[in-house]
Design a protein around this ligand. Structure first.
Ligand SMILES: [Zn+2]
Length: 342
């Protein structure tokens, strides 16, 4: 039983770990996972190759990855420039930026966990290219790459894809992390995330994957039950500067984690996956360490972690599981995907 508070050094906040509560009676909603096998191609999927989207534009007959400008962008070079003056102390400005969609595969029925090594490396290179191109735009100061996977996180189309937002502001979570990293660097001369990796290795219980170039672990201070960080061993401010060897390592680490997720309950595991990168503001950001954070919303098979009073109201997390226990569950399952037939 773990019942304590743990400091989240990247967010500089406390997480209450109350793992003695996981078995409390539950009368709320459960999530049922669709188990039917999807077809490889669907004629009315707006992400499948060769199909026409709502905008009237036609997808390429792509063979690996495919990027296009979002047909319903939240930020855009075309966002209104002339805005109504805000009342009183309020402020507003044009929602400028770029929103894109990146398809991982022409196959409608696959997920990132089921892609082969070479395909995942191709995807990582595509992320690099997008961050490089969009980050160089004068109005863009941060590029947010994220994948929402599963109906429980609001995704209606299972075709494997992520979204890319290039914005004129730095997202709050990344701003918080950057401030913590800058302070740590100024005080110790060390990269904060390197100290996190060092501490995880010293303990070892929450490590899910490790090689010369990449590491994956359930962090000591995890807020979600099966939260996992995947990172290069060397510090890079963003994915842009990773070498071929480091991309290959990151692909192996990512695959390992995602396969274990799916194998845990023999279901396609929902999650929110986010690339954490330094702002593209022209500064070097030697204090920052690029990594991928994966936040699965389930805390048991078919049972959602609800964000409520502590999280939405108070802004800090209460976790019902000990990260050591969930990491042990993930370490215990196979690293060969249950749908691979192997
Ligand atoms: Zn599709």
């Amino acid at each position: 039983m773990t019942w304590e508070e743990r400091w989240h050094p990247l967010r500089e906040e406390w997480v209450i770990v109350a793992a003695h509560r996981q078995e409390r009676p539950w009368l709320g909603n459960v999530v049922t996972a669709p188990s039917a096998r999807l077809p490889e191609y669907i004629a009315d999927c707006y992400l499948c190759p060769g199909n026409t989207r709502v905008s009237g534009l036609r997808n390429a007959a792509y063979r690996d990855v495919f990027v296009f400008d979002n047909d319903h962008p939240c930020v855009s070079p075309d966002a209104p420039r002339e805005l109504a003056p805000p009342p009183g102390i309020f402020r507003s400005r044009p929602a400028e930026g770029v929103a894109r969609v990146l398809c991982y595969s022409p196959r409608h029925d696959l997920t990132l966990a089921e892609l082969g090594h070479a395909e995942i490396v191709t995807l990582l290179r595509a992320w690099q290219a997008e961050v490089r191109e969009l980050g160089a735009r004068p109005e863009v100061v941060s590029v947010l790459v994220f994948e929402n996977k599963g109906e429980v996180v609001g995704v209606s189309n299972p075709h494997p894809h992520c979204q890319i937002y290039a914005n004129n502001f730095v997202w709050k979570t990344l701003e918080t992390e950057l401030t913590a990293a800058e302070r740590h660097f100024a005080e110790t001369g060390r990269v904060l995330f390197q100290d996190v990796i060092r501490s995880e290795r010293a303990d070892g219980r929450r490590i899910l994957y490790e090689d010369e170039t990449a590491v994956a672990f359930v962090p000591y201070f995890a807020r979600y039950a099966y939260e996992t960080y995947v990172a290069p061993v060397r510090s890079h401010p963003s994915i842009e500067t990773l070498s071929d060897e480091e991309l290959a390592g990151l692909a192996r680490a990512l695959k390992e984690v995602l396969v274990r997720y799916d194998n845990l309950w023999k279901m396609s595991f929902p999650y929110v996956l986010v690339l954490h990168q330094a702002p593209t503001d022209g500064r070097p950001h030697a204090e920052y360490h690029f990594h991928v954070e994966i936040h699965p919303p389930l805390r048991k098979p078919n049972l959602l972690k609800y964000l409520a009073g502590p999280e939405i109201g108070g802004g800090s997390f209460l976790s019902d599981t000990a990260p050591e226990a969930t990491a042990a569950e993930l370490r215990a399952v196979s690293n060969v995907h249950y749908r691979s037939g192997a």
